[in-house]
Design a protein. Structure first.
Ligand code: UD1
Length: 420
């Protein structure tokens, strides 16, 4: 177990180059199962979730090489259809492997992922989508068994645009017989990236990035070489690090459209943001402005994965901001820790809270409650007076590559120590 020690007060500024998105690489790694060939993937972030997915792929017979930021996955020999429960427990999103497994094999078994800290996270929509495609599903003793008889294209209506359910449906439909149409599909950039990756292997998917995705099943997929999109959430987190400490940040590579839901809120907070040819520049505001209402929403709305970090920024604003979390039911666990650091936050209901800006935050010993909540505490520590200790940082390392080194290179006084 490790912790961060941060001495607040330094400006976070300079140039930033961020590797691929966590939420893209995980489904893309799952998609390699569909390919009876080699997949070469560049711009892979060095985060612990990627290592868990490597272990899953190796456990079913894939050969995986990971050097620098390149993954080479050879899925020609898959010798098991069962995913060990231990992996699903470590990483809930390993459930997206299900669609790819049943696209490739006649049978797969995976443990039910259950809830996690931020919410109950059911998978009813994933299972409904697979059933529509002709997969027979048996649920018993916490396991899901999928049997493929005739994997056939179908019309899938998602009641809610779930990211994971859309991904599982795309993965299973890529090699189905005939055409699939997914209505009310999730529109997140990572869905588009998954479809582009699959199309580079020879799949026929159109409409990804919109709420209607069409997939014409193909028989075989081919060797592929692909670059993952930059991580909009990691970039947004560093932008807030600069915004809250009065810095200027130049990000080398971003996809402008992907950043807009985040940039829109940062502009309201008073930040100056200019898109450059391939990147962007952020200048912190003189005084952080309160944003009346921050409501999380599926893309292109404001992402739930940035809610905690933006809340940290609002703790130092010039007024009152209301946060309304509509995606996950338990995503305010960072509030209690921010309050320990001097923030003024009041819960109105389970998923609404009110943040009143204060003059300054102070140091404390705090605990990362989850991945993004942990990042929000590090952001607070960068500007807090004194020395802050942040424990349980394994949550943060699931999704941020080299977090402390990148922040240190940008000016932070941060070290990572082994916890006693
Ligand atoms: C993905 C992201 C996560 C992000 C989230 C929302 C990955 C690896 N993770 O998670 O970082 O915060 O999208 O943008 O990409 N739901 C159901 N039934 C289902 C599926 C989902 O009720 O079958 C509910 C969930 O409980 C949640 C909401 O739908 O309340 C959104 O979940 P979903 O979009 O599926 O998120 P994930 O794919 O789990």
């Amino acid at each position: 177990m490790c912790k961060y020690i941060v001495n607040g007060g330094n400006k976070i500024e300079g140039r930033l180059n961020i590797r691929g998105a966590k939420n893209s690489i995980l489904p893309i790694m799952a998609a390699t199962i569909l390919n009876e060939n080699k997949s070469i993937i560049h711009n892979v972030p060095n985060i612990s979730d990627v290592y868990i997915m490597i272990k899953i792929l190796e456990s079913i017979g894939c050969r995986v090489d990971y050097e620098d930021d390149t993954l080479i996955i050879d899925s020609s020999n898959i010798n098991s259809g069962e995913i060990d429960e231990v992996y699903v427990r470590q990483m809930r999103s390993s459930i997206i492997i299900m669609g790819a497994m049943i696209g490739r094999l006649d049978y797969t078994k995976i443990s039910y992922p259950g809830g996690c800290a931020i919410g109950s996270r059911p998978i009813d929509l994933h299972l409904k989508a697979l059933k529509e495609l002709g997969i027979k599903i048996e649920e018993e003793n916490g396991y899901i068994k999928c049997f493929k008889d005739n994997l056939k294209g179908a019309i899938i209506n998602l009641e809610f645009p779930s990211v994971g359910a859309t991904e599982n449906a795309i993965l299973a439909a890529a090699k189905a017989n005939g055409r699939t149409i997914i209505y009310n599909a999730a529109r997140e950039p990572e869905i588009e990236d998954l479809a582009k990756f699959l199309n580079s292997m020879g799949a026929k998917i159109s409409g990804a990035g919109t709420s209607c995705i069409e997939i014409e099943g193909v028989k075989r997929l081919n060797e592929v070489e692909y670059d993952v999109i930059p991580d909009r959430i990691a970039i947004g987190t560093y932008m807030i690090a600069s915004a809250i400490t009065g810095g200027t940040l130049e990000v080398d590579k971003v996809v402008h459209d992907h950043m807009e839901p985040i940039c829109d809120k940062l502009r309201l907070a008073g930040c100056y943001i200019k898109y450059t040819k391939e990147g962007l520049i952020l200048k912190a505001p003189e005084k952080i402005k309160a944003i009346d209402l921050v409501k999380t929403h599926p893309h292109p709305g404001f992402p739930t994965d940035m809610q905690a970090q933006l809340m940290t920024l609002m703790t130092l604003s010039d007024g009152v901001s209301v946060f309304y979390e509509t995606i996950f039911e338990n995503r305010f666990m960072h509030c209690a820790e921010l309050i320990r650091m001097g923030a003024n936050i009041k819960h109105i209901t389970e998923n609404i809270c009110m943040v009143k800006g204060v003059e300054k935050l102070h140091s404390a010993s705090v605990k990362s409650p989850d991945l993004r909540g942990g990042a929000s505490l590090v952001l607070a520590s960068l500007v807090a007076e004194g020395k802050t200790e942040i424990s349980d940082i394994y949550h943060i390392e699931r999704g941020y590559e080299n977090f402390e080194n990148i922040l240190r290179n940008l000016g932070a006084d941060i070290v990572k120590l082994k916890d006693k």
